[in-house]
Design a protein around this ligand. Structure first.
Ligand code: AMP
Ligand code: MN
Ligand code: MN
Ligand code: MN
Length: 277
C-alpha cells in the first residue's frame, strides 16, 4: 500500500487547492492519502471527493500545533478524525484565532530589525487560507530578497532564537490527543527529528505522548535519510507506537518531498493505517 498521510493544501500553508492535492497524489501513485492542513479541517470534503473520484482511499486529518514545557512546539497529526466533531472544530478554531495575534507579533519583531510590512505580506501570501503560518512569512521574505530560500529564512529570521521568532501558547498535548480520539481518530507525532529539542527531551515527550494515548509516530518522513528513518523506527519500537508515512508536501518544488515520495519504512513496524481503514 503506497500511503501518504501528511500533506498540506492552500487551506493552510500549501499552495495547491485540496482537490489538486488529491489529484496530484493519484497521479503519483498514492493509494491511501490523508490531507493534514495545520489546525484546520476545511479542505477535507473537497480533497476526499477528488480522491475518491480517482479510486484513492482517503483519511481525514489535521496537523495540530502543540506546546510542551518551556516553549517547545510539537506537531500532532490527527488521522481518521471526524471533521464535523464539535470539540475538535472548536479546539482548532481557538488555535487559528491565536495564530493571528502571533503573526502580528512576528511582524512586530521583524519590523524592529527593519523588515516592514511583513504581516500584510504574509497575509497576502496566505490569500484565502484560514491561517497565517511561518511558511507565509517565508514566502514574503524570499519574495523581498531578504533571504535566498526557505532555509535561509528559517535559519536567520524565523527559527527559535532568531529575531522574528516569538513564543506562543498552542494547544496542550492532552487537548490534541483528546480531540483526535474523541472524534474517532488517532494522534501521530509528526516529523520527530525536525524539532529543535534535544534527543533526551524528545524521548521524554514521547513517553508522555504514549502515556496520554498517542498511537503513532511518523517514521518514513519526506527528506529523511536511511539513518534518520532508522532512528524514527527505533523510537516507534521503544515507545510501542505504530508507524506513519509522511511527505509533508506543501508545494511543487518547495517541500522536502513531493506527494508519495517519502522513504520506505522497515517491515517489522505496524503501519498506523491498519487501525484506520
Ligand atoms: P508555523 O506552524 O506557523 O510555526 O509554521 C511552520 C511551517 O513553516 C511548517 O509547517 C513548514 O511549512 C514551514 N517550515 C518550518 N521550518 C521550516 C524549514 N526549516 N524549512 C522549510 N519550511 C519550514
Ligand atoms: Mn506547513
Ligand atoms: Mn509540521
Ligand atoms: Mn506538515
Amino acid at each position: 500500500m503506497k500511503a501518504d498521510l501528511h500533506c498540506h493544501s492552500n487551506v493552510s500553508d500549501g499552495l495547491l487547492p485540496p482537490a489538486e492535492v488529491a489529484l496530484r497524489a493519484a497521479d503519483r501513485g498514492v493509494e491511501l492519502l490523508a490531507l493534514t492542513d495545520h489546525d484546520d479541517v476545511a479542505g477535507l470534503a473537497e480533497a476526499r471527493a477528488a480522491a475518491e473520484g480517482r479510486g484513492l482511499s482517503f483519511l481525514d486529518g489535521s496537523e495540530i500545533s502543540v506546546s510542551w514545557k518551556d516553549d517547545a512546539c510539537f506537531h500532532v497529526v490527527g488521522l481518521g478524525i471526524d471533521p464535523a466533531h464539535a470539540g475538535l472544530a472548536e479546539g482548532l478554531a481557538a488555535i487559528r484565532k491565536g495564530r493571528d495575534g502571533r503573526a502580528q507579533r512576528i511582524a512586530g519583531e521583524l519590523d524592529r530589525i527593519g523588515i516592514h510590512g511583513a504581516y500584510e505580506g504574509a497575509a497576502r501570501h496566505a490569500g484565502k487560507a484560514s491561517i497565517i503560518s511561518r511558511a507565509h512569512f517565508a514566502r514574503f521574505l524570499v519574495e523581498q530578497r531578504i533571504a535566498p530560500d526557505f532555509k535561509g529564512v528559517f535559519d536567520h529570521y524565523l527559527a527559535k532564537g532568531k529575531p522574528g521568532y516569538v513564543a506562543h501558547e498552542w494547544a496542550s498535548v492532552e487537548e490534541a490527543l483528546g480531540w483526535s480520539g474523541d472524534s474517532g481518530g488517532v494522534g501521530v507525532l509528526a516529523h520527530p527529528l525536525r524539532y529543535r529539542v534535544s534527543r533526551e527531551a524528545l524521548r521524554t515527550f514521547l513517553g508522555e505522548f504514549k502515556e496520554r494515548g498517542g498511537r503513532g509516530i511518523e517514521v518514513a518522513c519526506g527528506g529523511h535519510s536511511a539513518e534518520e528513518v532508522s532512528e524514527c523506527a527505533r523510537l516507534a519500537r521503544h515507545f510501542g507506537l505504530k508507524a506513519s508515512v509522511a511527505s509533508d508536501f506543501h508545494a511543487p518544488g518547495e517541500s522536502y518531498a513531493d506527494l508519495g515520495m517519502a522513504p520506505a519504512m522497515p517491515d517489522d513496524l505496524v503501519p498506523i493505517w491498519h487501525d484506520l481503514i
